[in-house]
Write a protein of this length. Structure first.
Length: 127
């Protein structure tokens, strides 16, 4: 089976905060990752959960299109990355008529899921 991915661009949360959550689910099975994200207190977990569900739906759709069987329980997160998006630049008044710049950071979330058997065989060399 080929890999399926989902991308969410310009999420209104800083990449540093998003990376704290994505590091916990990288390399896990999809069901374990969804359970972890569902009960996480971090706001970033909701956004990452949406992207992960979208990647699983894309995998199911691709399997239907090629008429192959897909077991969602065997899917593994093979690639999960948070990149920095464009910054929203705002200004706040400061003392003596000055202005302080405020950068509201955004993130790009990218998640790739693949069948567990495929991802394990890629990691081994010479076997």
């Amino acid at each position: 089976m080929t890999e399926s991915r989902a991308i969410q661009r310009t999420t209104r949360q800083s990449p540093y905060k998003m990376r704290l959550v994505i590091d916990q689910v990288r390399g896990q099975r999809v069901n374990d990752a969804l359970a972890l994200l569902k009960f996480s207190k971090k706001l970033a977990a909701k956004q990452i959960e949406k992207v992960l569900k979208s990647a699983v739906a894309n995998a199911e759709q691709a399997a239907r299109g090629t008429n192959t069987a897909l077991d969602v329980d065997d899917l593994v997160i093979t690639h999960a990355i948070i990149n920095e998006g464009p910054k929203l630049k705002r200004f706040m008044p400061a003392a003596m008529g000055r202005a302080m710049a405020i950068k509201k950071r955004t993130s790009h979330v990218e998640i790739v899921v693949a069948d567990g058997v495929t991802s394990r065989s890629k990691g081994r060399k010479g076997s």
